[in-house]
Design a protein around this ligand. Structure first.
Ligand code: GLY
Length: 314
């Protein structure tokens, strides 16, 4: 089976590259997902994931992450984790060393520290300055103004799906969530079926975008189920987003961006994003693919509730 890894966003290129190198050397999909996600988590320039991610409204960086193994259907997740730069690695240990699927908050940190992780400051000078500017703007405009969608990178999760040479799939998702979120807010990313889902018999999917909207539609589970019903990965991504938009119409729920990537067990992949939120001149929906054909950055497809499914072709 020729390996392949797909990731959300342009900043996912470096992660895809690392994941592909590992897969090409014979790594398992689960390891490739974890190590690829770590690349983004540790990059201080990515302001929506891991170290350097923008904090909550009180200036604390709270991280959500999850990982899922298609071969065993095992999954692990952490929510509202503070002080640890690589939350997806903690999520993996939740999967491997506890009888549970998700740990949250201070107890997730306790678990991480007990398992050898080191507590570190996740704010960079840049993210601290951004939070201070937000606080100043908030004091000027009143305490209840939510500035969630006025920044280009307030909720750009990295989602990843990989297929290894053994025919096994895995998926991951890791984020600092919405900038300026309420303390304790957990988005879609660590929720199995919402931020990510994988079934070795079918395929994998992972999501990015406004988690408070997307988590109400479990779109990763839906995309995998649609592939199981015979839709191509591209069709499944489009149809999962059309479902979300039917249930949570942007005109009723406010402008929001949502996107999903999917990888079928035979290596065929697809992706789609909503037009609102993501389809702006300075905010294109891009995603990365790394395979034997090289590493590529792709754009689109953009979906509205009226989008017609492309014909079944692969
Ligand atoms: N999708 C990331 C979040 O909303 O937290």
């Amino acid at each position: 089976m020729p390996p392949v890894i797909i990731t959300t966003w342009k900043f996912g290129l470096a992660a895809a590259h690392t994941g592909w190198e590992l897969l090409a050397q014979g790594a398992h999909a689960l390891d490739a997902i974890e190590k690829a996600a770590n690349v983004t988590e540790l990059d201080p320039e990515v302001t929506s994931v891991g170290y350097g991610g923008l904090p909550n409204r009180e200036g604390v960086v709270e991280l959500d992450a999850a990982i899922m193994d298609g071969a065993t259907h095992a999954a692990g997740a952490v929510a509202a984790l503070t002080g640890i730069k690589t939350p997806i690695s903690v999520a993996r240990l939740v999967m491997e060393r506890t009888p549970h699927t998700m740990l949250a908050g201070d107890n997730a940190k306790r678990f991480a520290l007990a398992n050898g992780f080191v507590e570190e400051d996740l704010l960079t000078p840049q993210s601290l300055a951004r939070w201070e500017a937000y606080r100043r703007a908030q004091s000027a405009s009143g305490p209840d103004v939510a500035h969630f969608d006025d920044l280009p990178e307030t909720h750009d999760t990295i989602g990843l799906c990989a297929l290894d040479r053994y025919g096994d799939l895995a998926a991951g998702c890791t984020t600092s969530g919405l900038a300026w979120k309420w303390p304790g807010r957990v988005g879609d990313s660590p929720i199995i079926g919402s931020g990510l889902y994988v079934d070795n018999a079918v395929g994998a999917a992972a999501a990015t975008g406004h988690g408070d909207e997307m988590m109400r539609a479990c779109i990763s589970f839906r995309a995998v189920t649609l592939m199981e019903q015979g839709l191509t990965p591209q069709q499944a991504c489009i149809e999962a987003l059309r479902y979300l938009m039917r249930k949570r119409p942007p005109e009723r729920c406010g402008l929001y961006g949502a996107a999903i990537i999917a990888l079928r067990r035979d290596g065929v992949f697809g992706a789609a994003a909503t037009c609102s939120g993501f389809h702006a001149p300075n905010r294109l929906w891009q995603w990365a693919v790394a395979s034997e054909q090289g590493v590529q950055l792709l754009e689109g497809v953009y979906v509205t509730p009226d989008t017609v499914l492309p014909a079944l072709s692969s």
